[in-house]
Design a protein around this ligand. Structure first.
Ligand code: FE2
Ligand code: FE2
Length: 165
């Protein structure tokens, strides 16, 4: 990998993190009643997404959908087979319950993501199905068509799920 390719990968990671961090900071500012600060955090978060996407495209990180689905499945599978199990074990060993819970939630949901991606990869271009997804705001559980009564992973109310169209 050339120096610039490595820099693109590092910059993509940094801008992606800044995006999520600023959105979390915006939520916090909103909670504290700082509306203008919240707005700036959201605006900057959008700008960081523009930078992140430009870096990613420059490093040829976006392919055809059939390949992107395979990339996504590989990423999710690595996370639930290796990354999160190891992180969960380490959190247990260090008695960090909050981290253990956070890793566990992500681990369970990555399995679901891999499965959902696989289903669409298997039928790509063969079906015209059109339905919504629902995302749990507590654990990230991702469900097709209708939210559950209660989230089977974290116990949150289904009415809290966010619809994605
Ligand atoms: Fe995922
Ligand atoms: Fe949940």
């Amino acid at each position: 990998m050339s120096k610039t390719e490595q820099n693109l990968a590092d910059a993509f990671a940094g801008e992606s993190q800044a995006n999520r961090k600023y959105l979390a900071f915006a939520q916090q500012a909103e909670k504290e009643g700082y509306k203008q600060v919240a707005k700036l955090f959201r605006a900057a978060a959008d700008a960081e997404t523009v930078h992140a996407h430009a870096h990613l495209r420059t490093m040829n990180g976006v392919g055809k959908t059939v390949d992107n689905l395979k990339t996504a499945i590989a990423g999710e599978t690595h996370e639930f087979k290796k990354m999160y199990p190891e992180m969960t074990e380490a959190a247990k060993a260090e008695a960090n319950k909050t981290a253990e819970r956070s890793f566990n939630f992500a681990n369970e949901v990555e399995k679901i993501h891999a499965h959902l991606y696989q289903n669409l990869l298997d039928t790509l271009g063969k079906t015209k199905e059109n339905y919504s997804y629902y995302v749990c705001p507590v654990c990230g559980n991702t469900v097709e068509k209708e939210p559950p009564g209660t989230c089977p992973i974290c116990g949150a109310k289904g009415s809290m799920f966010k619809k994605v169209d």
